[in-house]
Write a protein that binds this ligand. Structure first.
Ligand code: ZN
Length: 290
């Protein structure tokens, strides 16, 4: 089983869904930096969640989930773009509370003033940011509540990560027109969300998409288009680094150049190094070397 996203439709109903599995991409991310098991679990779930949410958007661009907190755990991010490229990264200090369990709940319960952002960044067009309260014990629970409260499309999500791979499943009840409404089995959505909740974490990570769909919805007719491949990919670029320099301002760039010339900027996600000579860095501000 490789890194895949499988869309599915429940025939003759307004319900569609996605299943994702990420193994190679998760291993690539975990090999770049050493994370405690509970943090690995959280990063894996964030990664699966972004890959699921990306499939619900019809844009060219990327979607990211970003947790920010003020204690020993500073931030975590996971991102997926329309090409199915994913990346994730977290920054935290050692904290014995993170070692109390291996589950992402351990980290979520220990966060100080946490906020979860959903960022949608189309290549062309306006950016969107949603704020998700992190007041449920699980990431999936927080996302479900967010969809409930923001009166968006009813959405149900389950997520799980083990040391090898991460998996996620999302189902959505799509809007219907009045005519369609009449022919819909009203019990279908509550029944399917309840069935989805019976999936055990080890089933979500270890079974193939086909096996999961059979295990959950064998009484329904499920239609599957071809699965899409997902892979690790970084969206860092020289342009994004240049923008970061512009943001910190010309004075800070002068100060950096006194310490380090050329300025070296390393991407923590993929370890790519970007260098800016004094001439290049100051050129961003229209300044020239005398
Ligand atoms: Zn990178």
């Amino acid at each position: 089983m490789s890194d895949l996203r499988q869309r599915f439709f429940i025939e003759d109903s307004p319900i569609r869904g996605e299943i994702v599995h990420l193994e190679e991409a998760l291993q690539t991310i975990l090999a770049k930096r050493e994370y405690m098991p509970a943090v690995q679990s959280l990063l894996g779930e964030m990664l699966s969640a972004t890959a699921l949410l990306a499939s619900t958007l019809k844009i060219q661009g990327r979607i990211s989930l970003q947790i920010q907190a003020t204690g020993t755990f500073k931030w975590a991010m996971a991102e997926c773009n329309h090409l199915g490229e994913v990346r994730a990264l977290a920054d935290y200090e050692e904290d014995p509370r993170f070692a109390e369990g291996t589950d992402s709940r351990t980290v979520l319960a220990a966060l100080t003033n946490p906020v979860l952002f959903i960022n949608i960044e189309p290549e062309h067009g306006e950016r969107y940011q949603g704020i998700v309260p992190l007041d449920q014990p699980t990431l999936a629970g927080c996302l479900i509540q967010y969809y409930d409260l923001s009166a968006q499309i009813p959405t149900h999500i389950v997520l799980a990560t083990n040391s090898q791979r991460t998996g996620g499943l999302l189902i959505q009840l799509l809007p219907r027109n009045e005519e369609e409404q009449e022919f819909v089995d009203e019990d279908l959505w509550p029944r399917l969300t309840m069935l989805t909740e019976t999936l055990k974490p080890e089933e979500l990570t270890d079974l193939s998409a086909n096996e999961i769909l059979y295990r959950l919805y064998n009484e329904e007719e499920v239609r599957l288009p071809e699965a899409e491949e997902l892979k690790f990919g970084c969206t860092c670029s020289r342009e994004r680094c240049a923008n970061a320099l512009i943001q910190i301002g010309v004075e800070a760039v002068h100060e950096s150049l006194e310490i380090q010339n050329p300025i070296q900027m390393d991407c923590q996600c993929c370890n790519t190094r970007y260098e800016f000579t004094a001439e290049e860095a100051l050129g961003l501000f229209g300044e020239h070397l005398s």
